[in-house]
Design a protein around this ligand. Structure first.
Ligand SMILES: NC(=O)c1ccc[n+]([C@@H]2O[C@H](COP(=O)([O-])OP(=O)(O)OC[C@H]3O[C@@H](n4cnc5c(N)ncnc54)[C@H](O)[C@@H]3O)[C@@H](O)[C@H]2O)c1
Ligand SMILES: [Zn+2]
Length: 395
């Protein structure tokens, strides 16, 4: 619908409004590539076509190492459904983890493979991997032909509950986290719980950190479930972890669908609670700290700050930090105490980076109280420094 307004000056302003609805299935399944499992077939054939549905499959090397027969299983799946599906080449494996986001070369390599496979805007890029892998593959798919269809198959806890179900992708650039990226909703997200079985406990805990994050600002009942489940989580109990990850994914999806700002055009980023410090700590530690572990520290710190401001009762701050620690997540790292030549804590630069990323006023989300949230536009650096010191001495 177009509206026409006559302004007070001589200019005519034509105000164009465009509404685009995005619908994509997010499926929780098991053994996705078993020929009898129709989830992938349905995702690839959801939009009818007179031709076979073409797909290029990309695999995170870490996943391939854990599941060496995965490429054969994928080929067999496409063969079993050959009347409607066509695999354009043998699955392509690339090194995943944060290194895939550290330069533009892997994105270019994926684009070359999409081109060689004649992937068009009606065919699919299917990416199987962790959050970093999906971020890089997602960027390539969004750029190629201005965007080809992407099916995400997240294989880590964090990707299944958070990054893989969202609408963003990115790679790092010039030392800045997620500097180059797009908003591009996927065609489908297919979570296969069997992929979680090969994950070491720290990678499972990364997803739990994001779950505590979203629970703390959105759902106190979910927080209680995490609190109760913490001892089992620490033992790597998969049924408990899977249940909690699914709940986290659904909360994320609900936020994207109902927040009114799925493409983050406003200043508020509730799902980035704890992330100003987390992103800084990740780069300061040269990615020794994983995203999820850095998030655990970031949300502990900001909960403490919220407590100091009286936004959250002290008992709740303690419960949040204790839950993270009982799960086996860190709430402190030596990088937090690192200072520059003037004695200023380096991590506080993360607030400036965050402000620059938002592109305007600083807006930082805090739990206030547990299960609800508040946005603050100014941070008292002295108080934040005191909180960092207090976190270092947390018992
Ligand atoms: N796009 C978003 O909205 C969004 C949101 C949150 C986080 N992220 C990004 O996600 C990334 C972190 O993702 P992550 O936590 O999934 O870690 P990751 O992608 O860095 O993967 C960690 C390691 O696990 C390996 N791996 C993946 N699946 C495996 C499996 N099933 N078994 C064994 N090894 C496996 C990978 O090869 C890698 O070596 C960060 O770059 C972060 O910025 C993006
Ligand atoms: Zn995160």
């Amino acid at each position: 619908m177009a509206t026409r307004k006559k302004s007070s000056s001589s200019a005519h302003v034509h105000l164009q409004k465009i509404s685009v609805e995005h619908t994509f299935p997010v499926v929780f399944t098991r053994h996705l590539f078993s020929p009898g499992n129709l989830v992938l077939r349905k995702a690839l054939t959801r939009i009818p076509s007179t031709n076979r549905h073409r797909a290029l499959v990309l695999i995170d090397k870490g996943v391939r190492t854990a599941f060496p027969e995965l490429p054969q299983h994928i080929r067999a799946y496409f063969k079993a459904h050959a009347e409607v599906l066509h695999l354009v080449r043998t699955p392509l494996t690339l090194v995943g983890g944060e290194s895939i986001k550290q330069s533009t070369a892997p994105v270019q390599r994926i684009i070359d493979a999409l081109r060689a496979g004649n992937i068009c805007r009606h065919s699919y890029c299917v990416a199987v991997g962790g959050g970093a892998f999906l971020d890089a593959a997602g960027l390539a798919a969004a750029l190629f032909h201005r965007g080809v269809r992407l099916i995400r198959i997240p294989t880590t806890a964090l990707a299944q509950c958070d990054s893989g179900v969202g609408v963003k992708n990115a790679i790092n650039y010039a030392g800045a986290k997620n500097l180059l990226g797009t908003f591009a909703p996927p065609s489908a997200v297919l979570n296969d719980s069997a992929f979680l079985e090969s994950l070491p406990l720290p990678l499972l805990l990364d997803g739990i950190a994001e779950s505590v994050k979203v629970a703390a600002i959105k759902d106190v009942a979910f927080f209680r479930a995490l609190e109760r489940g913490a001892p089992k989580i620490a033992r790597g109990n998969l049924p408990t972890i899977q249940r909690l990850l699914k709940r986290c994914a659904l909360l994320h999806l609900d936020h994207i669908a109902t927040s009114g700002d799925p493409f983050e055009q406003g200043a508020a980023r509730p799902l980035d609670y704890g992330h100003w410090a987390a992103h800084k700590l990740e780069s300061m530690s040269k990615h020794r700290l994983s995203h999820g572990h850095a998030v655990a520290i970031g949300i502990a710190l900001d909960a403490l700050y919220a407590g100091c401001l009286g936004l959250m009762p002290e008992a709740q701050v303690r419960r949040l930090i204790d839950t993270l620690r009982t799960c086996g997540l860190p709430v402190f790292a030596p990088e937090l105490a690192q200072t520059d030549r003037r004695g200023r804590l380096t991590v506080l630069d993360g607030l400036e980076d965050f402000r620059a990323h938002l592109g305007g006023d600083l807006t930082v989300t805090f739990p206030a109280p547990l299960g609800a949230r508040i946005e603050l536009h100014e941070i008292d650096n002295t108080l934040m420094s005191d909180c960092i010191a207090a976190l270092g001495e947390w018992e």
